[in-house]
Design a protein. Structure first.
Length: 477
């Protein structure tokens, strides 16, 4: 008991210094920081195991402690970094340049090629629309906007076409008209031209050569083609591969560093001496966190080769997201309408097969604009506020899915105050070539400076899978 009391007394000055740091960093979750500090310092807490002693001998655990300590410094300032570190889903990268497959779901919908101007009679004369004439056609060649998504033997649907006659007995020349869907079979493909054979719909004129056959109905140039399943013959055992997805992409792990003299981490790591706290140290680490977050979001990606030395620049995840949702009327208007708000929810959750939970990292201007929407305010009254990570997260349950909302303070500095980033965190991966680590620098022996120094380093990058699961919100230009 006496030994234990002496040990606690030895660490009291250091705990006081740590309390000062908590006071200077108001966004920090005090309870979790004190628990982490106590574990690193070797001060026993209720229910403590031998984890502290294990960390002394385990490099991986030490790196995890360092990463956790960095996370707890001003966590709300860099919410993306904080949340990803807390999820602990990092992958080990074998090199700074990493190849990964960025998969996307094959689109279901396609449009007719607006440049097609033929009559559809053959592959050299593809059509973009068709109007029945005296010549009944049992197949038609059409141009499509996205030929890569199509294979021979696919089926597709044209919805709500105007057919002659009555439903169930549509015949060319029949009296009256009605609306119905018509399915087609892709009999052949050449470039961006598909040969379509109608399966169902309308039959040829009574008494004519095609009286018992389905013929091509009228359809307009704005008709949507809805891709459905393949239909293979009885003897078929294989099909054409879809080579477009997934595609190989390259990402670069950037070498992030911060040099600290009289290191904060040296102070909170288990030692037998006391030393003071420097605000400059905390600011240095916080600066590194903010720089990393901005690079992970907006970096351009690439490499520079100088002799045998290479410098890699990570590509921000916003560069891989094509889906942009707009609001306002342009020319500086920042009004979010009820329709804008519901359209965002529909577009984000519908049609991309992502998870039912997404997270919106929002700039302060966007949050202000959303707050004016009555429907948002009604949902906001029943939100769940989570602050266990040191980041305030508000959860809204909508008819489309669950949306977590986090303020992203750095967006204002980065010119994204009125913008937002919606991520499906299930499909965001962090790659670490060098996990968060500390390296001692002996500046005294090298004659550089009469000081002890350490460098905090992490070489890492973020990648997105299934880009359609993520979206950017921006005001109209």
């Amino acid at each position: 008991m006496k030994k234990q009391m002496k040990k606690i007394a030895l660490w009291l000055p250091l705990m006081a210094a740590f309390a000062l740091m908590l006071a200077l960093l108001p966004d920090t979750d005090a309870c979790s920081v004190v628990m982490a500090f106590a574990g690193i310092a070797g001060i026993p807490l209720a229910g403590e195991t031998a984890t502290t002693r294990t960390a002394e001998k385990s490099e991986e655990l030490l790196q995890e402690d360092i990463s956790q300590s960095v996370t707890m410094m001003m966590p709300a300032r860099t919410p993306l970094d904080t949340i990803l570190r807390s999820m602990k889903r990092s992958q080990k990268a074998a090199s700074q340049k990493i190849g990964y497959y960025q998969a996307a779901y094959k689109p279901i919908r396609d449009a007719l090629d607006a440049s097609a101007s033929g009559n559809g009679a053959n592959v050299g004369s593809p059509a973009k629309s068709f109007t029945y004439s005296d010549t009944e056609m049992t197949q038609i060649f059409v141009g499509v906007a996205s030929p890569d998504i199509w294979r021979v033997h696919d089926t597709l649907l044209m919805r709500d076409l105007t057919l002659p006659g009555v439903k169930g007995a549509a015949i060319i020349g029949g009296s009256g008209t009605h609306k119905d869907d018509v399915m087609f079979y892709v009999a052949s493909k050449s470039g961006n031209t598909l040969e379509l054979v109608p399966v169902g719909g309308v039959k040829g004129k009574a008494g004519a050569a095609n009286a018992d056959k389905f013929v091509v109905p009228d359809f307009s140039a704005d008709t949507v083609l809805i891709r459905m399943g393949q239909a293979k013959s009885e003897l078929a055992i294989s099909t054409d591969p879809f080579a477009m997805y997934p595609s190989l992409s390259w990402q670069y792990c950037q070498n992030f560093m911060a040099q600290i003299e009289e290191s904060t981490f040296h102070r909170i790591t288990k030692k037998e001496v006391n030393w003071g706290f420097s605000n400059f140290e905390a600011v240095n680490i916080l600066s590194m966190k903010m720089e990393m977050e901005l690079s992970m979001l907006f970096g351009m990606g690439g490499e520079i080769v100088t002799g045998n030395d290479r410098t890699y620049f990570t590509r921000g995840i916003t560069r891989d997201i094509d889906r942009v949702l707009n609001y306002g009327t342009g020319s500086g208007d920042r009004t979010v309408s009820k329709d804008d708000y519901n359209t965002w929810l529909k577009e984000v959750f519908d049609g991309n097969n992502g998870s039912t939970n997404r997270m919106l990292f929002a700039g302060s201007g966007l949050l202000k604009a959303i707050a004016q929407v009555d429907e948002f305010q009604k949902q906001l009254s029943s939100t769940e506020k989570k602050s266990g990570l040191g980041v305030e997260i508000r959860t809204i349950h909508t008819n489309f899915g669950t949306l977590d909302i986090v303020l992203a303070p750095l967006f204002r500095d980065a010119g994204w105050e009125d913008c937002g980033l919606i991520l499906d965190l299930e499909h965001v991966s962090k790659h670490e070539f060098v996990p968060m680590s500390v390296t001692n620098l002996d500046l005294k022996k090298s004659g550089q400076k009469n000081a002890d120094a350490r460098v905090i380093q992490e070489v890492s990058a973020l990648t997105l899978r299934y880009p359609d699961c993520h979206a950017i919100i921006k005001p109209k230009a």
